[in-house]
Design a protein around this ligand. Structure first.
Ligand SMILES: [Fe+2]
Length: 296
């Protein structure tokens, strides 16, 4: 009996991974060019996150170059081989820009004194611009050109086996959980469903509830004490406020898609509220009088 595993590869997770990269590279540039510029622990956390994204991208490319594209190349029509080969060529062309970011981020993190901090900040902005210039068009090409070929040539079982071998089994549970929560950050409901169904129920619960708070602490540390609904979230916290007296949302909080804050609940620093959330009457965002307006 044929199952969905024998059907075409479902490559939607690739688009979600790309979306998360676009989201945080864009966010990082915004943070680096918005006064007050990140400093102290936030500077270190943002630099570390940029470094983490570059490392993630190295592994992402390696999994495609070593596992996915050789498999697809062997199965596609000869006319489509150049398109597959172009993906590997893109990866090679992107690597110098990745290395520039991996070099610039720790320089900025370690910089001491106003002048060095400013020079290294501008160096990192330039490195990010260089990366975005070559990476984003590649991600578009991969989604519009290569993924349809993958779906036309590989079964979902082959895709799943590749994903398990190159993207899952090579990482520890804490690494996978951090990645999973990173993918979910600000995602819409359809995307959330795709991400959560990559893993069985029990690890899914561990990712969400065991490691979610750690991810949110890390996110708050790099993005700062800003409450926001990210693109794709459908809440309008400022406009729909209606609750619970006594509720306090603390500094450092971020607001995510889907969560409802109940009357009387206290939301702690670094916690993330989700899309669809309403911020209720009596609620305060400490240290940020403008925070309700920053939720978007
Ligand atoms: Fe790629």
């Amino acid at each position: 009996m044929k199952t969905a595993m024998d059907g075409p590869a479902d490559t939607r997770i690739m688009g979600i991974v790309h979306w998360a990269l676009r989201r945080d590279l864009t966010r990082a540039r915004e943070a680096l060019t918005t006064i007050p510029y990140p400093d102290g622990a936030r500077r270190a956390a943002l630099a570390a996150h940029i470094d983490w994204m570059v490392e993630f991208l190295h592994r992402h490319h390696a999994g495609e170059d070593d596992g996915l594209y050789p498999l697809v190349r062997a199965a596609v029509d000869p006319d489509d081989v150049p398109l597959i080969d172009a993906m590997g060529a893109d990866h090679e062309a992107i690597h110098p820009a990745m290395e520039a970011c991996a070099d610039a981020a720790p320089r900025w993190s370690r910089a001491r004194g106003a002048e060095e901090v400013e020079i290294t900040r501008l160096g990192l902005v330039a490195a990010l611009d260089g990366l975005v210039t070559v990476l984003f068009p590649h991600l578009d090409r991969e989604e519009s050109g290569a993924m349809p070929l993958v779906a036309a040539t590989l079964t979902h079982r082959q895709w799943r086996d590749w994903d398990q071998r190159y993207n899952i089994r090579t990482k520890s549970l804490p690494q996978l959980a951090e990645e999973g929560n990173w993918l979910l950050d600000g995602i819409d409901e359809a995307g959330r469903d795709v991400v959560l169904h990559q893993v069985p129920l029990i690890p899914r619960l561990i990712v969400l509830y065991g490691f979610g708070p750690r991810y949110r602490r890390h996110a708050a540390a790099r993005w700062g004490a800003v409450s926001r609904l990210d693109a794709g979230a459908n809440g309008d916290a400022g406009a729909e406020g209606s609750t619970a007296a006594g509720q306090t949302v603390e500094a450092g909080q971020t607001v995510e898609a889907g969560q409802t804050v109940e009357a009387g609940q206290t939301v702690e620093a670094g916690q993330t509220l989700e899309a669809g959330q309403t911020l209720e009457a009596g609620q305060t965002l400490e240290d940020r009088g403008e925070a309700a307006g920053a939720v978007r």
